[in-house]
Structures are given as structure tokens and as C-alpha cells.
Design a protein around this ligand. Structure first.
Ligand SMILES: [Mg+2]
Length: 272
């Protein structure tokens, strides 16, 4: 089923807020790039606005809400960008989870560090030789950004990355995102399984709760899949190819939603 526009029908939206009002706990999962911040040419330029940061801080301070940032970025990177304390952060596509001052790393991934480092070094050389390619070593995963590569050379870059990584198969695999290639440990783990782990860690099932997940990329689909019907899954962007139940058009419409729940009055006002 294609997703429904979140702001399409006032009555449906009122029901959504009513449901959120009636639960004891809201687990609010938010992706970063393309969800809270528009995608930029270079990942370093995707800086959060003071307004959005304030909104996140207010959300994180609400007892009823457990705010979880779910990103493909490295932990240190997202932590620096957000500049907020006491957040739960799922980073590196779920391989790392930071919560209540603790850090969890997928146990199988730690063992693969030497191999990942070696591959990362090789890919770095590639990045240095082709100006428009940006290689990001995120410790547990490596991201190759090709957003700035001329269109006729994209396949060349993709093939080069594939052939360089081949030696490390089946220990690593390549996944494809928005203008990026991700080289990551070839284990069954993703944002969706990380979301389930967060819910278990916080004993979500002990309370009447609702999970909300907003994200824009293919990696967020794993979360939409595990959360299913009883949750509010929202794809950011107009692509109809999603498992999310709803969509919003852009990051502004994400913020619009967050502003309504930050006030805690769960009212949808069609004028505002
Ligand atoms: Mg994203």
C-alpha cells in the first residue's frame, strides 16, 4: 500500500494525536540527514538549526517521550552535530547504541575492526585520487559519497568500490543509499533490529506505548518493517516506494509534527 500524506486528512491526523495523547509513553525515533536537516552536498554541511536543536532538547526533556536519534553517521559525528546531552542515539546504522550514559556495540562487529580498518584505508586512497569522491571512515562502517561525482563517472566509482571490497566478502557487504555506498559488516543487523533493541532496553512493553519513526532513506525501511501497523511510521520525501504508513514531503513538515507534540497538547489546528 502506498503511504498516506500525514497532513492529508484533518480527521485522520486528529486521531493520530489522540492516540499519542492516550499512551503512557512515546518512543520517538528520528533519523538525522534528510529528516531533521536537509541533505547537503557534503555531510559536514548538514548542520542542525538552533530552532531544531531547541525542539529536540524540549522533546528530550519530556518524561512521556523517549527521544531516539537513529542515524547512519558515526557516533562522535552525530553527537557533535546535535550538541545535546542525555539523548539515546542509534548510530552507524544500528551497530552502536548510546543510552543512559552507556555504549553498546554489536559484539560481532568489534571482532571485524582490523579488517574494516584495512579496507577503509584502501578506500581512502581512492577518495584522494578522485576529487569528487568523499570517503568517510566511521570505524564500524565506511561510507563512500558520490553526490558530487559527474554523472557519467558514477558507475566507474561504484565498480571500483565493489572490486576493492570484493576481497573482504563475505565479511563485509555493500549497501546502496542516497548517493552513497556503504561498506558494512555482513551480519544481520540494521536500524530496524536496533529499534527493537532500544524498545527492549527501555522495557517498552511494560507500558502502554506508541512508537513513532520518521526517516527518509532506504535504511529506515528496516525500521518501518519491524514497527508495523501499531506504530506511526513516516517516510520523509514523496517516493511511494516505502513500507511506512505515512509520508511527509520534507524536513519542514517533520518539524511541524514535532512542534505539535512538544507542546504536549496533541492538538492539530488546521490554521496553524
Ligand atoms: Mg536520512
Amino acid at each position: 500500500m502506498p503511504p498516506t500524506y500525514l497532513y492529508g486528512k484533518e480527521r485522520a491526523l486528529k486521531n493520530i494525536f489522540k492516540k499519542l495523547e492516550n499512551v503512557q509513553k512515546i518512543f520517538l525515533f528520528l533519523d538525522y540527514d534528510g529528516t531533521l536537516v536537509p541533505i547537503r552536498k557534503l555531510p559536514a554541511l548538514a548542520v542542525i538549526s538552533p530552532e531544531t536543536r531547541k525542539l529536540l532538547r524540549q522533546l528530550s526533556e519530556q518524561k512521556k517521550i523517549t527521544l531516539v536519534i537513529s542515524t547512519g553517521r558515526a557516533h562522535a559525528d552525530i553527537n557533535r552535530l546535535l550538541g545535546l546531552k542525555n539523548l539515546t542515539i542509534v548510530s552507524n546504522h544500528g551497530f552502536q547504541i548510546h543510552y543512559k550514559g552507556k555504549t553498546w556495540v554489536h559484539p560481532k562487529v568489534n571482532k571485524m575492526l582490523p579488517l574494516l580498518n584495512e579496507l577503509s584505508r584502501k578506500l581512502n586512497v581512492l577518495g584522494k585520487s578522485i576529487n569528487s569522491v568523499l570517503v568517510e571512515n566511521k570505524k564500524y562502517t565506511v561510507t563512500v559519497h558520490y553526490r558530487n561525482v559527474p554523472v557519467d563517472q558514477i558507475n566507474v566509482v561504484k565498480n571500483l568500490v565493489a572490486s576493492m571490497s570484493e576481497k573482504y566478502f563475505p565479511f563485509v557487504k555493500i549497501t546502496y543509499g542516497k548517493k552513497v555506498l556503504e561498506i558494512r559488516p555482513n551480519i544481520v543487523w540494521n536500524k530496524g533490529l536496533a529499534v527493537q533493541k532500544v524498545l527492549r532496553t527501555f522495557h517498552a512493553q511494560k507500558k502502554k506505548y506508541s512508537a513513532v519513526y520518521m526517516g527518509d532513506d532506504t535504511t529506515d525501511e528496516d525500521a518501518f518493517k519491524v514497527l508495523g501497523r501499531n506504530s506511526l511510521t513516516v517516510k520523509v520525501g514523496s517516493s511511494k516506494k516505502t513500507l511506512a504508513k505515512y509520508f511527509v514531503r520534507n524536513t519542514d513538515e517533520v518539524l511541524q509534527f514535532l512542534k505539535i507534540i512538544v507542546n504536549g497538547n496533541y492538538q492539530w489546528n488546521s490554521d496553524g
